[in-house]
Write a protein that binds this ligand. Structure first.
Ligand code: PMP
Ligand code: GLN
Length: 382
């Protein structure tokens, strides 16, 4: 059947999670924690459900309590002031925020400059908007994957509508530095571009710091910032995400959002409002736990023989399988569940330039310590 979007098929995450279920393998593929978020936040959801808050359509922009909590979070953490009534929009996860932002801001034929490898929904949503993706490939060296700013500048043409950024970056774990973000900001201002920045891993930075693009000079007025409670509060199933941007941009994105889901996650919005107001110690604790897990899995994968690119942020480790005598990540990941009882993601699916990502494989470490230890043990003995 020759249908629009046929090339996007089933997402790699669904495919590999199904393979994990089918084979009983440990799932280090799809990025979701195997422990739930804070008890207090779960209790808040139960209370909201029981008290009938959000059981019917919540307001289109999101419930006021959550919009307020998002604005307070941006202010206290980053010194960024957003009006909760006009500059915050709650979405069905970051996934809808990405879709609605691209559908709202990209017209057919517009070019969208983004990083490669890229989170899979970017390519599909750019296609849904009728846009053309223009990837700038992050290149690895001994310290990780890096953006070549000259390549980024060269990718911008008169047809470029916006830059689609992601920091901390899935799947490489790269955290863009202030110097890199400043250069991107200068480019956006000079070429009068909008930027959509996906910052869902904002709290998961182990080395360096997360700098929101919107905090740089000239950027607040041209940036749509996306985040999600899936990552920061470990409730990926609740699908509560959001954007912060100027009133004009929020209105544009809301227009698209109205016709995607209209609204979602009523009672969970109240609970996430309480979650975002947790003390900084919660977010620091989550980060510290994940840093220890990163170190554990990185060391284990190195022992097995993978080339490991230690991530500065996110909960993913990108590896190269070449030292193991393998070349093709797709073949490797399809065989791995049977051979070793572990599921991982072939990173080439996040590339237009398949050759650049061919020997790369991504492992998620947002799992219990004993699960990571067992995965490493299995990989060692295969
Ligand atoms: N952006 C990135 C970079 C992601 O890794 C993910 C996946 N977890 C999302 C967006 C989607 O987030 P959500 O689950 O909130 O829709
Ligand atoms: N973001 C998660 C990942 O990168 C998965 C999200 C999804 O399954 N759509 O693994």
């Amino acid at each position: 059947l020759n249908v629009h979007l046929a090339e996007f098929g089933t997402t790699i995450f669904a495919e590999m999670s199904a393979l994990a279920v089918r084979t009983g393998a440990i799932n280090l593929g799809q990025g979701f924690p195997d422990t739930d978020g804070p008890e207090a936040v779960r209790e808040a959801a139960v209370r909201a459900l029981r008290d009938g808050r959000g059981n019917q359509y919540p307001p289109g922009p999101g419930v006021p309590e959550l919009r307020h909590a998002i604005a307070v979070h941006q202010q206290t953490r980053y010194g960024l002031a957003y009006d909760p009534d006009r500059e915050v929009l709650v979405t069905a996860g970051a996934t809808e925020a990405i879709a609605a932002s691209l559908l709202a801001l990209v017209a057919p034929g517009d070019e969208v400059v983004g990083l490669e490898p890229y989170y899979d929904s970017y390519a599909a949503c750019i296609a849904m908007a009728g846009g053309k993706r223009v990837p700038v490939t992050l290149r690895p060296d001994e310290t990780g994957f890096h953006l070549d700013l000259d390549e980024l500048r060269a990718a911008v043409t008169d047809r470029t509508r916006l830059i689609l950024l992601n920091t901390p970056h899935n799947p490489t774990g790269t955290v863009l530095t202030r110097a890199e973000l400043t250069a991107i900001a200068e480019l956006a201002v000079e070429r009068d571009l909008l930027v959509i920045t996906d910052e869902v891993y904002e709290h998961l930075v182990f080395d360096g710091e997360h700098i929101p693009l919107a905090s740089l000079p000239g950027m607040r007025e041209r940036t749509v910032t996306i985040s999600s409670s899936g990552k920061s509060l470990s409730f990926t199933g609740w699908k509560v995400g959001w954007i912060t941007a100027t009133p004009e941009l929020v209105t544009a994105v809301r227009t698209a959002k109205q016709f995607l889901t209209y609204v979602a996650s009523g009672p969970f919005q109240y609970a996430i409002a309480e979650g975002l107001a947790l003390p900084p110690a919660y977010f620091d604790g989550l980060r510290d736990e994940l840093r220890a897990k990163r170190d554990l899995l990185a060391a284990g994968l190195e022992d097995v023989g993978f080339k490991v690119y230690r991530p500065a942020g996110t909960y993913f480790i990108t590896t190269d399988i070449t030292p193991l005598g393998a070349r093709d990540g797709v073949e490797f990941c399809l065989a791995l569940p049977e051979r070793a009882g572990v599921v991982a993601i072939p990173t080439s699916v996040f590339y237009d330039d398949k050759e650049a990502g061919r020997s790369l494989v991504r492992f998620a470490f947002c799992k219990k310590t004993e699960v990571l230890e067992e995965a490493v043990a299995r990989l060692k003995s295969w």
